[in-house]
Design a protein around this ligand. Sequence first.
Ligand code: ZN
Length: 218
Amino acid sequence: MGNDIRERLMKFTAKGERHITIMAVQGHFATSQSHINYYIDVTRIKIRAHEALEAAKSLKEKMLHHITTVDTIVCLDGTEVLGAFLAQELEKGDFQMTNAHETIYICQPEENSVHQFMFRENVKPAIQGKNVIVLVDTASTGETVRRSADCIEYYGGIVQGIVAIFSTKDKIDKYDVYTLFNQDDLPGYDTYEQHDCPYCKKGIPIEAVVNGYGYSKL
Ligand SMILES: [Zn+2]
């Protein structure tokens, strides 16, 4: 360790999808919920139009025959670009929607001062009574996904599934997870409870705190 995180980032390619890549580096990192031995950077898929399009096509294939109806995509962690491409792919066929205007809604929840997700009046019609998929960048503990699904159901939405760029889980609570990358793509990937982290036990310092937006060094 000691080298800059950015210099150590390595490229990982999705199985059978050479245009879909994420960057990751091994080390000792903390998220708000756990400690983790990889920092995963999915920025390429979030901000590059071409890669977002390829990712959207692949995610559509994974959802096909499992989810039949999508009215709304709720985007978390800055995944709106990918969400828009995914909506476009889903609108091409194979998926149904109940929206009167025959277009998929794309929105994001607002996080209030006590970190609860909420939707304002102008966005509520996109949630209430709608078939919703939740799009996240990475789902490891599932905590953020769980909070957003609770919020969507509180506003009367029907959560049809979770779509992720990276996820360690096939299922979060009762929801199926459709993902481009999982832990098998990152050798030795593991997450730990803070009190049970082998790196902490060895006295290895945390390199950076990571969340959906990136990392900040300690
Ligand atoms: Zn630790």
